[in-house]
Design a protein around this ligand. Structure first.
Ligand code: HEC
Length: 96
């Protein structure tokens, strides 16, 4: 579980104001995704995407099966169960 603490902190700070609607508490790392995957952000939102789709993508990035610029490195920072928790959380967020 090594991901870049400084960058993660920056993403967390960016998110701090917008976590209000969450029913589930975000699992560790989940809020870091929104820095790049928010509504209107470069990579598009993951909120409301099917859990299985997000989890499968993370597993493929982690194993290197899916080509990536940054997601391989990010996905390697999370264990299987952490990735699953993140996927479940993001899927639960729904599209605004
Ligand atoms: C630094 C920016 C950045 C962060 C942070 C980030 N991503 Fe990504 N994500 C990308 C990019 C860029 C891609 C496209 C693949 C690539 O080039 O790595 C991507 C692709 C994806 C995809 C595939 C999307 C699709 O439509 O196929 C998923 C799923 C995903 N990211 C999940 C996550 C999750 C979950 C997190 C948080 C743990 C996260 N990402 C954090 C930049 C980021």
């Amino acid at each position: 579980m090594r991901y870049i603490p400084a960058l993660t902190a920056a993403w967390l700070v960016g998110l701090a104001g917008s976590a209000g609607a969450a029913e589930l508490r975000p699992p560790p790392g989940a809020s870091s995704c929104a820095g790049c995957h928010a509504q209107g952000a470069a990579m598009g939102a993951l909120d409301g995407r099917p859990e299985a789709e997000i989890a499968a993508a993370l597993a493929e990035y982690r194993s290197g099966a899916r080509p990536a610029s940054v997601m391989g490195r990010i996905a390697k920072g999370f264990s299987e169960s952490e990735s699953q928790a993140i996927a479940a959380y993001l899927a639960s967020q729904g599209n605004p």
